[in-house]
Design a binder for this molecule. Structure first.
Ligand code: F6R
Length: 614
């Protein structure tokens, strides 16, 4: 949450920072601001709302300077208004600072600083940082970097910060703890700093991911220096970015979400490419291979995640328990970390996260590690915090996901979990060779089947048009289609603001059935499989109460067709792989309903993509 970007070099900083902020806007869009150093002047421009508002506010002004910082905010402390926008500045206007994270002891620090004569203009936790650094510079008579280091020793919480100083016109000082920060290395002491690599990739592929409790100084004359907050010099570890610039553009689609839904044949394929060969009959997740025996011997596999990633883990539980007969638990990371869970060395805790930065998921892993468990990760963002703190892991290779509502990351996570379940089952001998080979072939065929579902977009759009004004919706599914129902409901809620609930189909009669009347759309995953007849009975129960039935069925189905108001057909596949297909029409339905309702599809209200606060 919150995106930060900064530049130092020979070019004009403003266009680089504005473009960078647009790339990071998925992290928060309550307000945006920029500070630039220009011939000894520190100029700050801030505006409530999206980066476009800031751009409009700045247009016509002669904004120049080769050093600057920028911020796009997801409000935590204080309303989303101009004053609470970042950058925040010291009382004497010498320092400006941007921050992503939360300073937990800000209240005490604020009172202390007030008693020392500092005045606060905003309601944010961030403002204490800039005054604290300023106070240390003045009282301890130390250089900026030393003051930042001393200040951070007094701070609890999470931060990624960048500081601009009038008295240090050749440098930027940055630091991180529990919030991400990447440094792009350009030519001749030119540096790009950002919350992720998306604002950087256009200019350089060489990056350094700052570690927790590290401070970076980027200097026009002296280049890059990294030190720890305990004052030890560190050698920067330079990595090569593999991200492609086209992946960050809409590529002719109206919204990123639609583009990302339509990318799924490719993203699912990329996810299993080189990890699966149906013809030769093998599957291998390189990053996790050496932990497979440990997983087979483990007490339990505990999956920790949030939101959509938690739904993917739920699908994983059905797959791994069902196929590999290994005990799996799925936990909300936010609950797990605070409920004093029983964990020991024989447990394996696996975090699943698109961003790899979700604060609760990271904290759950840290807790598990402290109890001696093996910690593994399944992430999309390469170089993210989760991928760096885990013992091993696998990347989903879905490519950058920019729409705030997760789509292709979910199907990629489910693909990895399917590969893992198959690999473990094969190694453990809990499925026959024939089942193993058939499932591999079925998985390999998924991208083409997804393509076929995407071809029915026009029909799905017409169904969406009919239900665009619904106030509530129910999603039902059984077995591994139950988490798909949860995911379908979440997608609708978050982008169209229609209240929606996902339920195991049979649970409906234990309460939610009371909600059903002729106004209630009920989306049911009713594909062929072990519970098909039971789900058909649930459909009958909805129909008897005049609910509107929109059913996802296997191609050629006739039974449900006769009962439902609308059917959406998906190709036949192994029952375990249905989540990868049934999810697609639900994503499209939510997308079109959101567009019909005039909602902001890619940046839904109150949300941010990377939740780096608890
Ligand atoms: C919903 C959505 C969120 C995320 C959740 C976890 O569409 O995107 O629910 O799934 O915030 O994020 P990651 O996967 O980055 O840990």
């Amino acid at each position: 949450m919150c995106g930060i970007v900064a530049y130092i070099g020979k070019r004009e900083a403003y266009p680089i920072i504005i473009k960078g902020l647009k790339r990071l806007e998925y992290r928060g869009y309550d307000s945006a601001g920029i500070a630039l150093l220009d011939k000894g002047d520190l100029n700050i421009y801030k505006k409530q709302g999206k980066v476009a508002n800031l751009e409009e506010f700045a247009s016509g002004k002669n904004i120049t300077g080769n050093i600057g910082i920028g911020h796009t905010r997801w409000a935590t402390h204080g309303l989303p208004n101009d004053i609470n926008s970042h950058p925040h500045y010291s009382n004497d206007g010498e320092l400006a600072l941007i921050h992503n994270g939360i300073i937990e002891n800000y209240d005490i620090l604020r009172e202390e600083l007030k008693s020392r004569g500092y005045s606060f203009v905003s309601e944010t936790d961030t403002e204490v940082l800039v005054h604290l650094i300023d106070d240390i510079i003045k009282t301890e008579k130390v250089e900026l970097v030393e003051a930042v280091r001393h200040a951070l020793l007094n701070v609890t919480g999470a931060y990624a910060i960048v500081i601009l100083s009038k008295n240090n016109p050749n440098q930027l000082v940055a630091a991180r703890k529990s919030s991400p920060l990447v440094i792009g290395i350009g030519e001749e002491n030119e540096f790009f700093l950002a919350s992720d690599a998306t604002p950087i990739v256009e200019y350089t592929k060489q990056v350094v991911y700052l570690n927790d409790e590290e401070i970076a100084v980027v200097d026009l004359n002296d280049g890059l220096r990294i030190l720890s907050i305990t004052n030890q010099d560190k050698t920067p570890y330079i990595q090569q970015l593999e991200m492609k610039l086209e992946a960050l553009e809409k590529g002719g689609f109206e919204h990123f979400m639609l583009k990302e839904i339509f990318e799924q044949p490719r993203s699912i394929h990329d996810c299993f490419r080189g990890r699966l060969n149906a013809e030769k009959g093998w599957v291998a997740l390189g990053g996790l291979k050496e932990y497979e025996q440990k997983m087979i011997n483990a007490n339990r596999l505990i999956f920790v995640a949030c939101g959509t990633s938690w739904h993917a883990c739920q699908v994983g539980e059905y797959l791994i328990e069902g196929l590999a007969r290994i005990n799996v638990e799925v936990e909300y990371a936010s609950e797990f970390r605070y409920r004093n869970p029983i964990i020991n060395e024989n447990d394996i805790v696996i975090a699943v996260s698109q961003s790899g930065e979700t604060a609760d998921t990271l904290a759950a892993l840290e807790l598990a590690k402290s109890k001696g468990a093996t910690i593994l990760g399944i992430c999309n963002v390469v170089g993210s915090s989760i991928s760096r703190i885990t013992d091993a892991g696998s990347y989903t290779h879905a490519g950058p996901e920019i729409g705030v509502a997760s789509t292709k990351a979910f199907t990629a996570q489910v693909t990895i979990l399917t590969l893992l379940a198959l690999s473990l089952a094969n190694k453990k001998g809990t499925i026959s060779e024939t089942t193993f080979h058939t499932m591999l072939a079925d998985l390999e065929a998924v991208p083409d089947k997804v393509k076929k579902i995407l071809d029915s977009d026009a029909k799905i759009k017409e169904i969406a048009r009919i239900y665009q004004n619904a106030s509530n919706a129910l999603y039902l599914g059984r077995n591994s289609s139950f988490p798909v129902a949860l995911e379908g409901a979440l997608k609708l809620k978050e982008i169209s603001y229609i209240h929606a609930e996902g339920y195991p189909a049979a649970e409906m009669k234990h309460g939610p059935i009371a909600l059903i009347d002729e106004e209630m759309p009920v989306f049911v995953i009713a594909t062929k499989g072990t519970s098909y007849e039971k789900v058909v009975s649930n459909i009958q129960e909805v129909k008897a109460r005049k609910g509107k039935l929109i059913c996802i069925v296997t191609e050629g189905d006739t039974q449900v067709k006769d009962l439902a108001d609308h059917i959406i057909e998906i190709p036949d596949t192994d029952e375990n792989l249905v989540p990868l297909l049934a999810t697609i029409p639900l994503q499209l339905l939510s997308y079109h309903i959101s567009v019909f309702r005039g909602c902001n599809v890619d940046q839904p209200r109150n949300l941010a993509k990377s939740v780096t606060v608890e």
